[in-house]
Design a binder for this molecule. Structure first.
Ligand SMILES: Cc1cc2nc3c(=O)[nH]c(=O)nc-3n(C[C@H](O)[C@H](O)[C@H](O)COP(=O)(O)OP(=O)(O)OC[C@H]3O[C@@H](n4cnc5c(N)ncnc54)[C@H](O)[C@@H]3O)c2cc1C
Length: 383
C-alpha cells in the first residue's frame, strides 16, 4: 500500500492549505462570533475548483476525485470548520445530480453549484424525521405537469441563504419508503418561507427551517423516477458523510496543533507542561486518534476513486473522525486550562464545532449501527 500523495494531490493539498491560511483562518473567530455567512468564500472556493473535484469537466468540474476533496475539506475545516460545510452544500447536491439527474438536468444545474454561483442545500430532515428519514411527512402531489410541495424541513444548512437544492418528499406515502421522491428546486420562489435556528457552534454556517406551502415544483425537477427518493437520499448521504469525516479530521488536527503548541510554551511548577507525562499521554492519544481517522478517511476516498463500494468504510471513517474531533477538542481545552475556556483562543470553538460531526450526516450511533449490522450479517453496508 502506498500512502504517498501523487504530485497532483500534493499540489491540491498545498493550494487548499494556502487558501485556508490566507482567506479563512484570519477571520474565523470574527465570522463565528458574528454568525456571518461568507458568500465571498463560496465564490472563491468555486473559482479555485474546490466544489468540482468529483465532477467531470463536461459539467464544470475538475474530476480530481474524492481524495482531492478529502484533502481540501481537511484543510478548510482545520482553519474553520463552519466554512467546510459550504463544500458539502455545493458538492453534495452536484454529485447527487451527477448520479441521478437526466443529461438535460445535469447541464442545467451542476455548473452553477460547482462554480459557486448557485448556493446549494439539501433538505431531508424534518421536525419528526431525523435519523429515521422514512418518517418524513412532506408530500409532493402531482399537479399538471409538475408537483405541489407541502411540508417543513428543519436543521437545513444554508436554509436562509440557498438559491436551490435537493428536497425529498413523498409522492406516494402508501408505498412507504418506496414512495419517496427527490427534486432539485429553486427555493427562492413564492411558497417558501424560512427561519434561522441558533445553535452551539458552526455559526458561520447558517442552519434553519424551511417551510413549503403549496410550493409549485416545475416540470423537469424530479430526479430519476418517482419512488427513487430513498435510494437517492442514501447515496447522497454516503457522499456527504465522507466529506464530513474529512472535515472532522481537520478539527482534530487543529485541536492537536493548538495543544502541542501550548504545552511547549506554558510553564508550571518550573517546567513546560509538555514535560509532564500526563500531558504527554493526552497528546499521544490525540495524535493516534487523528492519524487513525485520517487513514480511514483516505481509505474510503481511495475506494470511492476506484469506483468500489465503500459505504461500510465511509461509516467507519465518519465514526472514527467525529469521535476524534470531539476527543481532541475536549482534550486540547483541558490542556489549555482557562485559556482553553476563553473565547480569545480558538479551542472553545473547536469543541463547539466538533459536536456537530457526531450528529450530522448520520449520528455516531447510526454509523455504529451500520458497522455492527454489517458485521452481524443483518444488513450489508456495501450492497
Ligand atoms: C449543524 C447541523 C446541520 C445540519 N444540516 C442538515 C442539512 O443540511 N440537511 C438535512 O437534511 N439535515 C441536516 N441536519 C440534520 C441532521 O442530519 C440530523 O440532526 C441527524 O440526522 C440526526 O437527527 P436528529 O437530530 O433528529 O436526531 P434523532 O434521529 O432524533 O436521534 C436522537 C438520538 O437518538 C439516537 N438514535 C436515533 N436512532 C437510533 C437508532 N436506530 N439506534 C441508536 N440510536 C439512535 C441518535 O444517535 C441521537 O443520539 C443538520 C443538523 C445539524 C445539527
Amino acid at each position: 500500500m502506498d500512502f504517498t500523495l501523487s504530485e497532483e494531490l500534493a499540489a491540491v493539498k498545498e493550494l487548499a492549505h494556502e487558501f485556508a491560511e490566507k482567506e479563512v483562518a484570519p477571520s474565523a473567530a470574527k465570522d463565528d462570533r458574528e454568525h456571518v455567512f461568507r458568500r465571498d468564500l463560496v465564490t472563491k472556493m468555486g473559482e479555485l475548483g474546490f466544489f468540482g473535484c468529483v465532477i467531470p469537466e463536461a459539467y464544470g468540474g475538475t474530476n480530481l476525485g474524492f481524495m482531492a476533496l478529502a484533502l481540501i475539506s481537511e484543510e478548510i475545516a482545520r482553519a474553520h470548520s463552519a466554512i467546510r460545510v459550504y463544500i458539502n452544500m455545493q458538492c453534495g447536491p452536484a454529485l447527487t445530480l451527477l448520479d441521478f439527474a437526466s443529461e438535460e438536468q445535469k447541464k442545467r444545474f451542476i455548473p452553477g453549484l460547482v462554480s459557486g454561483q448557485t448556493v446549494g442545500c439539501f433538505a431531508i430532515t424534518e421536525p419528526d424525521a431525523g435519523s429515521d428519514v422514512s418518517a418524513m411527512r412532506a408530500t409532493a402531489a402531482k399537479s399538471g405537469d409538475g408537483y405541489v410541495l407541502n411540508g417543513t424541513k428543519t436543521w437545513i444548512s444554508n436554509a436562509t441563504v440557498a438559491d436551490a437544492g435537493i428536497v425529498f418528499a413523498y409522492t406516494d406515502r402508501s408505498l412507504k419508503h418506496r414512495g419517496m421522491s427527490a427534486f432539485y428546486v429553486n427555493i427562492k420562489q413564492p411558497g417558501v418561507s424560512h427561519r434561522n435556528l441558533d445553535k452551539l457552534g458552526a455559526h458561520a454556517s447558517p442552519t434553519g427551517e424551511v417551510t413549503f406551502e403549496n410550493f409549485h415544483i416545475p416540470k423537469g425537477s424530479l430526479l430519476g423516477k418517482e419512488g427513487d427518493g430513498f435510494k437517492i437520499c442514501m447515496t447522497h448521504l454516503s457522499h456527504t458523510r465522507l466529506n464530513c469525516a474529512a472535515g472532522a479530521v481537520g478539527v482534530a488536527r487543529a485541536a492537536r496543533e493548538a495543544a502541542v503548541s501550548y504545552a511547549n510554551q506554558r510553564q508550571q511548577f518550573g517546567q513546560k507542561i509538555g514535560e509532564f507525562e500526563m500531558i504527554q499521554d493526552q497528546i499521544a492519544q490525540m495524535i493516534v486518534r487523528e492519524e487513525a481517522a485520517r487513514l480511514l478517511v483516505h481509505r474510503a476516498a481511495w475506494l470511492a476513486d476506484q469506483h468500489k463500494p465503500c459505504n461500510l468504510e465511509t461509516s467507519i471513517a465518519k465514526y472514527t473522525a467525529a469521535e476524534a474531533a470531539y476527543f481532541n477538542a475536549d482534550t486540547a481545552l483541558n490542556i489549555l486550562g482557562a485559556y482553553g475556556y476563553s473565547t480569545e483562543f480558538p479551542v472553545e470553538r473547536y469543541l463547539r464545532d466538533s459536536k456537530s460531526y457526531q450528529i450530522v450526516e448520520g449520528s455516531s450511533n447510526i454509523q455504529k449501527l451500520i458497522i455492527a449490522q454489517d458485521a452481524l450479517g443483518y444488513r450489508k453496508a456495501n450492497r
